[in-house]
Design a protein around this ligand. Structure first.
Ligand code: TXA
Ligand code: MG
Length: 360
């Protein structure tokens, strides 16, 4: 693997110049990991079946889990969607409002796409990422780029280049380091149904944002906050986002969250198995209730934008706590009814296998 650092470079022409070699590798069938505004992606030429198959092998990803295709300009849409089916007005409205950005639209797949991009599915997920490095790389490659998150299947997605290297360093051609990802959770995956828009995976573009530009109701898939429900998106049935440690989530009233966490620790202390706890919580909560676990197992995030901070740091912290030997990660959750809180709580549901409790 070759690693290229472009941290802090934002100028498009300069980025394209720096990214010439990885872009050429991409075009010719190589695997190139790159930053987006959500998480790092593992990219391959979406029009080349051989290249796309390498993604599944590198990630050890089940073959029926479809990939998202990334484009840099509107005119690339023609290469990836079915030209014989007119785009719905709402799809156009959503593209205008949220592209480039963390919204993946499921659209009728074009015939020239590599079949493995959307195995057995008439629709393909398309998004235009809002990250200067991703855009410059795709533009310079000159081909649409199929890219799942650049983690081994099942693990938390990588939000920094080092996390990609740990998971996939020996299996890819290039790693482009563009620094930490600003959003930190994956894009919203949206399906336009006849009478509604269905969020199959909540992400950076929220339910409120979508509802503000289209008239049909915007609903969540049944499994978004319920691990027992059958998933609509093929990929969501698999173990996801999970570190080695068990994850436990409480949200609601701070006092009640504190009590629930302490009760959990007390109960564990009575077991024979050794528990090594870790904590993620807002800084004011940590101060108010005097939490003081070992430094490498405690993260206190700014309380004034806690949901956004949790989104940005969650995967990195889950990985760091594994390295620190934590067996159980306690997370102070957020209200899933607001903004990016939906995306964070959805991931926490999956990562914790449903160990999410409201307390108040
Ligand atoms: O933010 C993101 O979306 C990141 C960055 C790299 O762009 N990518 C990402 O890809 O998260 P991935 O493969 O980890 O997740 C893609 C998920 C699939 O697991 C599936 O749930 C849904 O998107 N999806 C993709 N194509 C679909 C389709 N045709 N029908 C239903 N769901 C689909
Ligand atoms: Mg993924």
């Amino acid at each position: 693997m070759r690693r290229l650092t472009v941290v802090g470079v934002r100028h498009e022409a300069q980025l394209r110049e720096m990214l010439r070699e990885p872009a050429q590798s991409l075009r010719r069938g190589g695997l190139v990991a790159f930053p987006t505004e959500t998480v790092y992606g593992l990219g391959a030429n979406a029009m080349e079946e051989e290249a796309v198959r390498r993604i599944f092998a590198a990630k050890e990803r089940p073959r029926d889990n479809p990939l998202i295709v990334h484009i840099a300009q509107d005119d690339q849409l023609r290469d990836v969607i079915d030209e014989n089916q007119p785009l719905q007005d709402d799809a156009v409205r959503l593209m205008r409002a949220f592209w480039p950005g963390p919204l993946t639209l499921l659209l009728p797949a074009g015939a020239r796409l590599a079949p493995s991009v959307h195995p057995g599915q008439p629709l393909v997920g398309i998004r235009m990422p809002d990250h200067p490095v991703a855009r410059a790389l795709i533009a310079e490659a000159g081909v649409p780029v199929a890219a799942p998150s650049a983690n081994r299947s099942g693990r938390p997605s990588p939000t920094a280049a080092d996390d990609v290297e740990v998971d996939l360093g020996d299996r890819i051609d290039w790693l482009v380091d563009g620094g930490p990802c600003p959003i930190g959770v994956e894009s919203t995956v949206l399906l336009l149904e006849p009478d509604c828009a269905r969020i199959l995976r909540p992400g950076g573009v929220t339910q409120e944002m979508i509802a503000s530009v289209i008239d049909r109701p915007v609903l969540y898939a049944a499994d978004a906050f319920d691990v027992a429900a059958a998933p609509l998106a093929p990929g969501m049935k698999y173990r996801h986002y999970a570190p080695d440690a068990r994850v436990h989530v409480w949200w609601g009233e701070p006092q009640a969250i504190d009590e629930a966490m302490r009760a959990f620790l007390l109960e564990a202390a009575q077991d024979d198995d050794v528990m090594v706890p870790a904590l993620i919580a807002p800084d004011d909560f940590v101060r108010r209730f005097g939490w003081a676990l070992a430094e490498e197992r405690q993260a206190s995030l700014p309380a004034d934008a806690y949901a956004e901070e949790l989104a940005r740091h969650l995967y990195r912290l889950l990985r760091a706590f594994d390295r620190a030997g934590a067996t159980d990660v306690m997370v102070h959750g957020v209200d899933p009814a607001h903004g990016v809180g939906a995306a964070v709580m959805n991931r926490l549901h999956k990562a914790s296998a449903g160990r999410v409790r409201w307390v108040g």
